[in-house]
Design a protein around this ligand. Structure first.
Ligand code: FES
Length: 173
């Protein structure tokens, strides 16, 4: 029977389609594949090395570790440390803890959707800003709170958001 080689094609920007990144991914999987319960370790290593874990990568990990895709996907979805898409240069997080939620976070999120043109959990089309929801950051007396990169900003009002976002929207390089 003739030998056939199946070459899988990957979407543009998919790390598995980049020979250098694929080699890194394969090395990590190879290193841990025979260790029982290695899924979490492999995902941690991939997040650190590649900085995100696409659904295609999750399928690849599941196939190679011989675990169900649902288990891998469940871990990536549960822990906010894992991200399925590349992060932007900047991150803006909106606290959804009780004090902030009651204090106005939903209105801030609506305004930010209009400003950035993406939904929470997504990164702007230019790859510059990742828009996220987070849990209480411990500044409840300042509710509602947002975190822009490392800066915690309190008592934020929707009409202040354009001014707050402007520096990071313009800082793309
Ligand atoms: S609830 Fe938002 S900082 Fe605590």
């Amino acid at each position: 029977m003739p030998h056939t080689t199946i070459t899988k094609t990957y979407a543009k920007n998919e790390p598995l389609g980049d020979p250098g990144k694929k080699a890194v991914i394969d090395t990590i999987i190879e290193q841990y594949k025979d260790i029982p319960g290695a899924t979490m370790v492999v995902l941690n290593e991939l997040q650190s090395a590649i900085e995100f874990i696409t659904e295609t990568m999750q399928e690849y990990v599941a196939d190679n570790l011989h675990v169900p895709y649902s288990r891998v996907h469940g871990v990536v979805s549960f822990y906010s440390f894992f991200t399925p898409t590349p992060r932007g240069k900047h991150t803006v997080k909106f606290c959804m803890g009780t004090a902030c939620y009651v204090g106005g976070t939903p209105a801030l999120i609506e305004k930010t959707k209009q400003l950035l043109g993406v939904e929470p959990g997504q990164t702007t089309a230019d790859g510059n800003i990742t828009f996220e929801i987070c849990r209480c950051v411990g500044a409840c007396s300042q509710a509602p709170v947002i975190v822009v990169d490392e800066d915690v900003l309190g008592r934020v009002r929707p009409n202040k958001l354009p001014q707050i976002m402007k520096p990071i929207m313009e800082d793309k390089e």
